[in-house]
Write a protein that binds this ligand. Structure first.
Ligand code: SAM
Length: 346
């Protein structure tokens, strides 16, 4: 879901007294899918604060203060909904309110009587007095059919939902610590032996990345997460499944693709389709993708092994092409690293 064509009009902001409430109106509007908030009073500090949140956390939300509200409401081409404890019950009218082009008015103190007349719908969220922030949140949830759930704002700061502690990715940095990765793996139900394996792979991958002058922190994070898909399957689809898990959590594509492309020496579109996966190439192309793919083959469980071991295994399964691709990939990374990767790994 992206933003809906919904604007929230905050009426009667009293500087000082309503500062926090109006900020919360703006933040709730943004988080629950509105496109913009307009505020009748002048408030440059609030405008700046909300813009900063959007710059950091994403989306296309806009904020404007000092708006001539009467003119704004009269010119609105769409439905005007006024939230008030005196209105008709939300559950009675929600079905008749259009889903797009909606202006939602919330007050601060007593709103001028003409607001009731200018509105197409005067809507109550219970007939009890409470808060404009709560009324707005519930109304937006119902109007958008909870479309806010699972939305990816694609912001610079991405919060990874976990039950314990905080994990936040700064996309400009793009990386997580080993401890954050471990907590995330546990959160999604990765088994202990998988976590031991990825730790060993990450160690090898980081050594290779250093020799290749690659992005070490990117490699470290992606190596730690490369088997997250094993929570779904231990088959060759675990790379694809892992990438989907990370996409769903809002991870940046540079990490996601390393995970998606680490299986075997990579899967071509035909091979992927034969395995029942989407028909797309999942072959490592960037240096960091290649490094994690190779490092994974240099570790069995949590022990370092020579590359021939994996090549032999592929041949025994009759996967000669895959064996050949892995050999070529290994050679390529070894050439860039200018060192014997087997020695580095054992
Ligand atoms: N007497 C006011 C009224 O019209 O609801 C209460 C003012 S209240 C402090 C500020 C705003 O909260 C109101 O303008 C309204 O937008 C919203 N609000 C409060 N209780 C509400 C309710 N039960 N249903 C819908 N909106 C409510």
């Amino acid at each position: 879901m992206e933003e809906h064509d919904i604007t929230v009009l905050r009426l009667g902001h009293r500087p000082g007294r309503d500062r926090r409430m109006t900020t919360h109106i703006a933040l709730v509007a943004r988080a629950l899918g509105a496109r913009s908030v307009v505020i009748s009073e002048k408030h440059p500090r609030l405008e700046k604060a909300v813009k900063e949140v959007t710059q950091k956390f994403g989306g296309n939300f806009s904020v404007r203060t000092e708006v001539k509200w009467k003119e704004f409401v009269r010119k609105w081409e769409g439905a005007v909904v006024h939230l008030t404890m005196y209105g008709e019950p939300l559950e009675k009218v929600i079905g008749g309110i259009p889903k797009e082009n909606v202006l939602v008015i919330v007050g601060a103190e007593k709103v001028p009587p003409e607001v009731y007349k200018l509105s197409d719908f005067n809507v109550s969220v219970t007939n009890q007095p409470h808060s404009e922030v709560a009324a707005l949140a519930i109304f937006l949830d119902r109007l958008t059919d909870s479309a806010w759930t699972g939305r990816n704002f694609k912001g610079r700061m991405r919060v990874i939902p976990v039950g314990n502690g905080k994990i936040v990715i700064d996309v400009d940095r793009g990386y997580l610590s080993d401890e954050e990765c471990r907590r995330l793996l546990m959160e999604v139900g990765c088994e202990d032996y998988v976590i031991s394996h990825v730790r060993a792979v990450a160690e090898v991958a980081v050594e290779i990345a250093k020799s290749c002058d690659a992005d070490v922190e990117l490699v470290r994070t992606a190596a730690m997460l490369h088997d997250i898909g094993r929570t779904k399957t231990h088959g060759p689809g675990h790379g694809y499944e892992g990438a989907e898990i990370l996409r769903g959590l809002g991870f940046p594509e540079n990490i996601v693709l390393i995970v998606e492309r680490h299986v075997g020496g990579g899967l071509n579109s035909k091979g992927a389709a034969e395995l029942g996966l989407p028909e797309k190439d999942m072959i490592p192309t960037t240096l960091e993708e290649k490094i994690v793919c190779i490092a994974d083959k240099l570790v069995e469980d949590d022990k370092k092994v020579p590359i021939d071991r994996e090549i032999q295994k592929l041949k025994e399964k009759g996967l000669d092409k895959a064996a050949e691709r892995l050999q070529v990939l290994y050679q390529e990374v070894e050439d860039i690293a200018s060192t014997d990767l087997d020695r580095l790994a054992t």
